[in-house]
Design a protein around this ligand. Structure first.
Ligand code: HEM
Ligand code: HEM
Length: 182
């Protein structure tokens, strides 16, 4: 990926990185809870579905904004002390994270469209999001499995990525600080 954005991440890149990460880390546990809530607690289930979908759509929006800013601004130079293999691994991991953070919400949207029990998607509980595809009993389980598996992969890779950032920080490299405060 391009490394010509000057010495620092831009303020927009830093804000978008942490907002996007926080939204993902909220949407993930809510998904398990909303599915586990019994149908007799219908109102709670409905609200949790709306919260999950709203957070997920915000992940998609902030994710697209990240890609846009990244293409325009590039990224700062890699830390000179980072071994070559670690840099290569980080580059690949970052690409995988970008792909997954866009793919997971798109799959989530398709799951919501094709679900046999139609729960309307209301952005922030108010704005109806149109379903571009209809109910599909064949595709629904396939898409749900893909959505779940991709979400788990995203969170696991993000955990590895965060661990690597903390590891580098502890070794005195200016990687985490640069993403946190510029
Ligand atoms: C980064 C964003 C997202 C993450 C991490 C995520 C994560 C998950 C996970 C882990 C599940 C599986 C829960 C289970 O099977 O127990 C799930 C289910 C689901 N998600 Fe998402 N999701 C995201 C975005 C979205 C979006 C944008 C939508 C729709 C607009 C959505 C709609 C759904 C629906 C409808 C289900 C299925 C519930 C069912 O079993 O009927 N998700 N999500
Ligand atoms: C779901 C959570 C997260 C996702 C999806 C994510 C995704 C990403 C991506 C795609 C990049 C590459 C940016 C680019 O090249 O434009 C990045 C950079 C970075 N992330 Fe995360 N991140 C997450 C959470 C975290 C956490 C929890 C930490 C710290 C504990 C962290 C620390 C960093 C740092 C320090 C960089 C800059 C690395 C460098 O200079 O090469 N991230 N993140």
């Amino acid at each position: 990926m391009r490394a010509d954005g000057g010495a620092d991440w831009s303020r927009a890149q830093r804000r978008l990185h942490w907002t996007n990460a926080a939204l993902i880390l909220l949407a993930f546990p809510i998904a398990w809870v909303m599915v586990a809530v019994p149908f007799r607690e219908l109102l709670l289930k409905f609200v949790l579905f709306q919260v999950h979908k709203t957070l997920g759509l915000l992940v998609l929006m902030t994710g697209l904004a990240r890609v846009f800013v990244r293409v325009r601004h590039g990224r700062p130079e890699w830390d000179a002390g980072l071994p070559r293999w670690q840099r290569k691994a980080a580059e690949r991991l970052h690409v995988a994270l970008y792909i997954l953070l866009l793919l997971v919400p798109v799959l989530g949207y398709l799951v919501a469209c094709t679900a046999p029990i139609q729960i309307p998607t209301l952005f922030f509980g108010i704005v109806p999001v149109p379903a571009l595809f209809g109910v599909n009993k064949v595709w629904f389980p396939v898409l749900l499995n893909l959505h779940r598996a991709a979400a788990i992969a995203l969170v696991l890779l993000a955990a590895g990525h965060a661990a690597a950032a903390v590891h580098n920080h502890r070794r005195g490299r200016n990687v985490l600080r640069r993403m946190w405060s510029g």
